[in-house]
Write a protein that binds this ligand. Structure first.
Ligand code: RB5
Length: 149
């Protein structure tokens, strides 16, 4: 069963500082967070990082995953290759809320070279506090699932 307040967090080397700030923030809010790293600044490929977190989310161990790279785009693309994952990259709070309410996103991606700290934390809050609305949106999410084969 999915833990309701469990999160997995990861990034590539471009987003270590922002990832750690998000870790501190969500921990303070009472989330149980597994930070997969990296903890040191060596270059690390975002596809591996994104896939690792996405597999854990798809396995149902977490309510959500948050992934970061320089733009948020590459790690989002990698995460979305894992069956069962719906990951959106967000640069605003409206989109962060809507990917939960309408798309039932189970992962959020952020670009550390795109958004500043304050906005990033607001985006995280919007994503974590929103719930899927179901109804007509569930039909559409089922259509996404059908595309996975
Ligand atoms: C790494 O330099 C950079 O390419 C990566 O963090 C990300 O922006 C890729 O989408």
């Amino acid at each position: 069963m999915t833990a309701t307040r469990r999160l997995v967090l990861t990034s590539d080397h471009a987003a270590i500082e922002l990832r750690r700030a998000i870790y501190d923030h969500v921990t303070t809010l009472g989330w149980d967070v597994d930070d997969l790293g990296p903890m040191t600044p060596e270059s690390t490929p975002y596809p591996e990082r994104g896939a690792e977190a996405a597999r854990l989310v798809a396995a149902g161990q977490y309510r959500s995953g948050i992934v970061l790279c320089g733009t948020g785009q590459g790690i989002m693309m990698a995460a979305n290759k894992v069956k069962g994952v719906r990951c959106g990259v967000c640069m605003d709070t409206f989109s962060a809320r809507m990917i939960r309410q309408h798309n039932d996103a189970n992962m959020l991606s952020l670009g550390a070279r795109v958004v500043g700290l304050g906005l990033a934390l607001d985006i995280v809050d919007a994503f974590l506090s929103a719930e899927f609305e179901g109804g007509r949106h569930a039909t559409r999410v089922d259509m996404i699932r059908a595309l996975e084969g």
